[in-house]
Design a protein around this ligand. Structure first.
Ligand SMILES: [Zn+2]
Length: 550
């Protein structure tokens, strides 16, 4: 067996989102997380990015085998890439703790994708990788760090966390397992670094509960709470605060309803009997007896919150006397939407509370400097790699490590496709891999995408078609061969003609002119293609396009 472990970041190194890391030993690989990234100013007029998995596709051709994708927790920047990536990695099982898997299942079900997901309690063996899950606290329940033991060395994969000593669910970080791992020897620690610039320790999520309760107490009529639908802890807090002030809870928006259902089934959301009431049953009830928990905290067009704010929601009419609490971290690219949402709510006469107006409503789920230093003290690794942050966070993390007595050379700053190798306890720079920007449309985030609106049964029956489009940013044109991947629609081998016709149709749709707005071009192409496929096959598979910058 080869004694060299390769570490290949496909996303999340030098950026906050889009987390995906590959560990490779001999012919075997595992991947940790599979997230989406949020847009940056310079993106091609499209909504989101996903990790570039061409390394995995290429190495598969060379006989290497991806044994599984391991999820650390259920946030979108760790699971949101699955619907786009799983069809390209058929038969690769997804492993994780139960909540992360339940949220992922909700997500991939929307796309009609099936996967043999397997819940991991604490230990898992995949080929030459011996994995141990270590429970950590973050801004949602059931989050894990992963200890990866191999013949080439031991790695501690420390994704998003903070040391919350009074967590909402009373399940504290497993400090004992961390210390045990540290005392047995860890070669390399990959650690969250996003909030390293903040001194001290991150306050407990519980401080938020008090802030939310105060908001409910101040509310005369309807209390409306909006957050990301994966923010299970925050939803629980709104439920608790509602119960304290005798308000019944109305869940509004499909993503929130689905996630609450999944999380409460698993015991991660605790609901008193009769605390929920359906939106269509609230007629005639006193506004002061209701608490709405709504999807669309980023002000996404078409979401429940967006419709309510613009006076277009069937059941939720915003009036003077109502209070809306927006509990979501700002995500780059959505500031404008959120700002418009706040304005629209104010115009309807509501009081609006958001992180800028209330300090207590803003508690990070990520560890501040002392949390991060504590993890490093417990794990006592030889080498450190900051992950899940921009360059400035990584550099600040390195400074912290130096303060703790580490040599600067023991802290690796990743980015730009740099890979690493670990053997005999030594970490070295490996080859650089080419990492392209891969863009997809924003179905993964928000409340109502076209997927959600579609009859899921029809979709499951008609399958899906993924169109992979190579794009040249410089000349604003197609930059190579279009690739078509189909799942449950037609078998590519049996329908080569149809696939060729689809490729031709995509090309025709994109046209020969320069493409100034890839987002627009993509949507037009999807629409044209849907009509085209229907004409030929009388079926309407889900069409997903993935734009790869070449
Ligand atoms: Zn997270």
């Amino acid at each position: 067996m080869s004694e060299v472990l390769k570490i290949i970041p496909l996303g999340g190194a030098g950026e906050v989102n889009r987390n995906m890391y590959v560990y490779e030993l001999g012919d075997f690989q595992i991947a940790v997380d599979c997230g989406i990234g949020f847009p940056r100013e310079e993106s091609l007029g499209v909504d989101m990015s996903i990790p570039d998995i061409s390394y995995l596709e290429e190495s598969k051709k060379k006989g290497k085998q991806l044994l599984g994708i391991i999820l650390t927790h259920g946030h979108m920047d760790h699971i949101g890439g699955l619907p786009y990536i799983l069809p390209r990695l058929p038969k690769v099982p997804v492993y994780g703790a139960s909540l992360a898997l339940a949220l992922s299942k909700n997500k991939i079900d929307e796309f009609g994708i099936k996967n043999p997901m397997k819940v991991v309690e604490d230990k898992l063996r995949l080929g030459p990788f011996e994995l141990e899950f270590i429970h950590v606290t973050h801004s949602m329940p059931d989050c894990k760090h992963v200890l990866i033991k191999t013949s080439a060395g031991v790695i501690y994969h420390g994704a998003d966390f903070k040391f919350d000593l009074t967590p909402l669910d009373n399940k504290p970080t497993d400090l004992i397992s961390m210390a045990r791992a540290g005392s047995r020897g860890v070669d390399l620690l990959l650690s969250d670094c996003l909030r390293v610039e903040n001194p001290g320790m991150t306050p407990s999520e519980k401080t938020l509960l008090e802030a939310i309760e105060t908001e409910v107490r101040k509310t005369r009529d309807k209390f409306i709470f909006t957050t990301m639908s994966s923010s299970i802890s925050r939803i629980q807090m709104a439920i608790n605060a509602a119960a304290k002030y005798n308000r019944r809870v109305v869940l509004v928006g499909r993503s929130i309803e689905q996630n609450v259902e999944a999380a409460s089934k698993l015991g991660f959301i605790k609901l008193a009997k009769n605390s929920l009431i359906k939106a269509n049953k609230i007629k005639g009830m006193k506004p002061s007896s209701l608490c709405f928990i709504m999807a669309g905290s980023l002000g996404q067009e078409g979401s429940a919150m967006h419709r309510a704010a613009s006076g277009e929601h069937r059941f939720v009419k915003i009036k003077k006397g109502d209070r809306v609490v927006i509990s979501a971290d700002a995500i780059p690219g959505y500031e404008r939407n959120v700002s418009d949402l706040i304005d629209a709510l104010l115009l309807q006469g509501a009081e609006v509370t958001y992180s800028k107006t209330s300090d207590n409503l803003h508690v990070s789920g990520h560890g501040h400097k002392q949390d991060l230093a504590l993890l490093a003290q417990l794990i006592k690794p030889t080498y450190l790699i900051p992950i899940g942050g921009d360059l400035r966070h990584m550099v600040a993390y390195r400074k912290m490590a130096v303060e703790m007595g580490y040599d600067e050379g023991k802290v690796m700053i990743l980015g730009g496709g740099q890979t690493l190798t670990l053997s005999n306890g030594r970490l070295n720079e490996g080859a650089r891999i080419e990492s392209k920007n891969v863009y997809v449309d924003g179905l993964g985030i928000g409340d109502v995408g076209k997927v959600v609106l579609r009859d899921r049964k029809v979709m499951a029956g008609d399958g899906m078609v993924v169109v992979v489009i190579p794009a040249r940013r410089d000349i604003r044109q197609l930059g190579g061969e279009i690739e078509i991947i189909s799942r449950g629609f037609v078998y590519v081998k049996e329908a080569e003609d149809l696939i060729e016709e689809i490729k031709a149709q995509v090309k025709k749709s994109l046209g020969k002119e320069k493409i100034l707005d890839w987002g627009f071009a993509r949507r037009k192409m999807e629409k044209d293609l849907e009509k085209f496929i229907y004409k030929i096959t009388e079926r309407t598979p889900l069409i997903l396009s993935v734009i790869i910058e070449v």
